[in-house]
Design a protein around this ligand. Structure first.
Ligand code: PGA
Length: 272
C-alpha cells in the first residue's frame, strides 16, 4: 500500500456532491433544488462544500434557482466531451458548461467507463479539458467486484489514478477532487466499511503523492461514493483521508441529501 497521508485532514474542506444521474427532468430538478435550499442553513455549509449534478437538460434551470435564491450549493455536471467544439453529435463541450456557471464536472464515473466505453486515456483528456475551463474535475476511480475478489483493488486504483493525474502541475493536482467509488457499492445498498474507504482513499492519496508530489497529495480532496446514506455518512466522512462523499440515489430527495450534508457537517465540526 502506498503511504497514507491523513495529515492535512483538518485543512481540506470536505465536499458532499449529489449525482442525480439520469433522474429528474427540469421541473423536478427545480423542485429538488428549491427544497434543498429550504433545508440547508448557513451552519450546514460553514465547514464544507455542497454540489448538485443534474442532467444536462436541467442545468440552466437549476443554475437560475441557485442564483436567484442564493442557495449555498455549487452547480455540477455529470460528464462532458474533452474537445471545446466539433462534430460530436450528442456531446456537450466544457466551455458550454463553464458558461452556465458549472464549477464541478464528474469525470470517468464507472457508469461512463462501463456503458459508454470511456477509457483511462479519454478520462485523462477530459480532466485536462475541465481544468482548461477553470472548472474542477471530480475524477472517479474504483474497482469492480471481481477485481476486489481477485485482490486487484490496489493495482486498479493505482492505474486509474496514475493515468489521470500524470503530467498535471502540482497546482492542478492540489485543486482536483477524486472520488473513490467501489463499483460493487454503487446503487447496491452495500457500502464499503469505513476502514475499507479509509484504506482506499489513503492509498489513492499515496499514489497522487508518488506521481505528483507531497503538496498535491496533501491538498487533493478524496470523496467516498457508493450507497452513502444519512446513517453511514458521518462514519465514512469521519475518516482522516475521506474528504466528503459522492452520493447517487440518496441525493434525489432533498430531505435525505440534506441529512447527509448535516451528518457530514457535524463530524467536521467535532474534528476528523
Ligand atoms: P449511489 O451512487 O449512492 O446510488 O450508490 C453513487 C455514485 O454512483 O456516484
Amino acid at each position: 500500500m502506498a503511504k497514507a497521508g491523513g495529515a492535512g485532514a483538518g485543512v481540506r474542506r470536505p465536499l458532499v456532491s449529489g449525482n442525480w444521474k439520469m433522474h429528474h427532468d427540469h421541473l423536478q430538478s427545480i423542485r429538488a433544488v428549491q427544497d434543498l435550499g429550504l433545508r440547508l442553513g448557513a451552519a450546514d455549509v460553514a465547514s464544507l462544500d455542497v454540489s448538485v449534478h443534474p442532467t444536462f437538460t436541467s442545468l440552466r434551470s437549476v443554475q437560475t434557482v441557485i442564483e436567484d435564491r442564493a442557495i449555498p450549493v455549487a452547480l455540477g455536471a455529470q460528464h462532458c466531451h474533452h474537445d471545446d467544439q466539433g462534430a460530436f453529435t450528442g456531446e456537450v463541450a466544457p466551455p458550454m458548461l463553464a458558461r452556465l456557471g458549472v464549477s464541478l464536472v464528474i469525470v470517468g464515473h464507472s457508469e461512463r467507463r462501463q456503458f459508454f466505453g470511456q477509457t483511462d486515456e479519454v478520462v485523462a483528456l477530459t480532466v485536462r479539458a475541465v481544468l482548461r475551463h477553470a472548472m474542477t474535475p471530480i475524477l472517479c476511480v474504483g474497482e469492480t467486484e471481481e477485481e476486489r475478489e481477485d485482490g486487484e483493488t490496489e493495482a486498479r486504483l493505482t492505474a486509474q489514478t496514475t493515468a489521470a493525474v500524470k503530467g498535471l502541475s502540482p497546482e492542478q493536482v492540489a485543486g482536483l477532487v477524486i472520488a473513490y467509488e467501489p463499483i460493487w457499492a454503487i446503487g447496491t445498498g452495500r457500502t464499503a466499511t469505513a476502514e475499507d474507504a479509509q484504506w482506499a482513499c489513503a492509498h489513492i492519496r499515496g499514489v497522487v503523492g508518488e506521481v505528483a508530489g507531497a503538496e498535491g497529495a496533501g491538498a487533493v480532496r478524496i470523496q467516498y461514493g457508493g450507497s452513502v446514506r444519512p446513517e453511514n455518512a458521518a462514519e465514512l466522512i469521519g475518516q482522516p483521508d475521506v474528504d466528503g462523499a459522492l452520493v447517487g440515489g440518496a441525493s434525489l430527495e432533498a430531505a435525505t441529501f440534506a441529512a447527509i450534508v448535516q451528518a457530514a457537517a457535524s463530524v467536521v465540526l467535532t474534528g476528523r
